[in-house]
Design a protein around this ligand. Structure first.
Ligand SMILES: Nc1ncnc2c1ncn2[C@@H]1O[C@H](COP(=O)(O)OP(=O)(O)O)[C@@H](O)[C@H]1O
Ligand SMILES: [Mg+2]
Length: 402
């Protein structure tokens, strides 16, 4: 995967940007608040249609432009896969809605044809490294679900749409649960939503079971290499509806036991999930929320038998995270036959000498990588000599003269 050209209009501080990107490694240097992170954010947005920095897409539209009654932020990319060259255009359109507010909609064109944003995820592929990414391990389960979702979405064309449908179903089902609690009514009304939830949920679970298994296998290998075979890294899926746990006797396996969830068919996951939902009707009406299902899934990350989220040291967590991200890249490559574009925002400062070395060596094998830094001293000259060095200055980007 190679990003050849990028144009931005009214995206963050870039009122207008046009750039041809070099293949291999591009090093973006600049002081703080010049637009380095925003540029990586734009490239990542082209792959995932989401930002890891903004809580709402509105924040991506240039401040000044967004004062107008109609504001459009536009991202356009030409990229090449093994097979062909494609053009992707995303428009974030903010317009007045008549009652004093405004609404935002997304339009996406892939090779000139309109396509739903959910279908366009992963047409272009990228993996992002951020300093604050240790959240994946240190943070709550939603951080690990997001890691998984973003990886799977880029390799499975239907995943994003299924996830959106599933989340919408959870909201609708929750609304009905609250209504049944407040106004009473026939519990049977839930059956329809249980069916939809289980159909979509089973698809998500099946994708997650497989992804965790496969990414986990790659991560063990990478982590072993990064730690001179001293540490064994393992990923464990803990689905909120678990097909291997019997609801009646609450039989639960110790985490270290290898559980073969991959053996369950889609239909088994679906019927098991539906049955469990039915058992929970009473309780869920009282609580007003759907208590099981992929929206509450968890993935635990263990190192030498220790749960890193609860007991990992800073150093251990950083190394495990590096293994996890490198495994994500390798996995995407295996699944799709394409090496994603690698985006690294000020990542080196976080790593010790040895890991930095490993990461930089890895990058030289990438098809294309874009790195940002405020501090060139982090890069050994034998590495920076292999990079194209560009300067970012108040939303302008130009090649360094030297
Ligand atoms: N929607 C926006 N419109 C205009 N400027 C923005 C917008 N969002 C962020 N900025 C500005 O862009 C700059 C941040 O750029 P950033 O990409 O984080 O810089 P860097 O990574 O080089 O430190 C900040 O000065 C911020 O105020
Ligand atoms: Mg930055």
């Amino acid at each position: 995967m190679r990003l050849n050209h990028l144009s931005l209009t009214n995206f963050r501080l870039f009122s207008r940007l046009d750039m041809d990107l070099p293949s291999q490694i591009l090093l973006l240097e600049g002081n703080n608040a010049q637009g380095k992170t925003s540029l990586l954010e734009a490239i990542f947005f082209l792959a995932t249609f989401t930002s890891l920095h903004a809580s709402h897409d509105r924040q991506l539209i240039n401040f000044l432009a967004s004062q107008e009654s109609l504001a459009v932020a536009r991202l356009t990319a030409s990229f090449a896969t093994q097979e062909r060259e494609s053009r992707l255009e995303i428009r974030l359109i903010q317009e007045l809605n008549g009652n004093g507010g405004s609404r935002l909609r997304k339009e996406v064109l892939l090779n000139g044809a309109k396509i739903s944003p959910n279908q366009a995820v992963g047409a272009f592929k990228a993996v992002m490294f951020l300093p604050e990414m240790t959240r994946i391990i240190e943070g709550g389960p939603e951080e690990r679900r997001r890691y998984l979702n973003l990886a799977i979405a880029q390799s499975n064309r239907n995943y994003t749409q299924t996830l959106a449908d599933y989340n919408q179903t959870v909201s609708q089902r929750n609304a009905l649960l609250k209504q049944l609690f407040e106004r009473g009514g026939d519990e049977k009304q839930l059956d329809f939503w249980d069916q939809v939830l289980a159909t979509k949920g089973a698809l998500l679970m099946q994708a997650r079971i497989q992804a965790i298994e496969e990414i986990g296998e790659i991560a063990i290998r990478i982590h072993s290499a990064l730690t001179d075979s001293k540490e064994v890294l393992r990923l464990y899926y803990q689905p909120a509806y678990d097909p291997v746990v019997q609801p009646q006797n609450q039989f639960s396996l110790p985490m270290q036991t290898k559980v073969e969830r991959g053996q369950f068919t889609l239909e088994q996951l679906q019927t098991g999930f539906t049955a469990r939902l039915a058992q929970l009707h009473r309780e869920e009406i009282l609580r007003g929320v759907t208590t099981i299902g992929p929206h509450r899934d968890e993935m635990r990350i263990h190192c030498n038998g220790i749960d890193l989220t609860d007991f990992g040291s800073r150093g251990q967590i950083r190394t495990a995270l590096l293994s996890l991200k490198l495994a994500e890249i390798e996995w995407l490559k295996q699944k799709t036959g394409e090496m994603p574009v690698l985006l690294l925002d000020e990542t080196l400062a976080e790593l010790d000498e040895a890991r930095r070395e490993s990461l930089l060596t890895y990058l030289t094998s990438a098809e294309q990588a874009v790195l940002t830094t405020t501090d060139m001293n982090l890069f050994p000259t034998n590495f920076s000599g292999k990079c194209e060095r560009w300067w970012v200055d108040q939303g302008n980007i130009h090649k360094k003269d030297s």
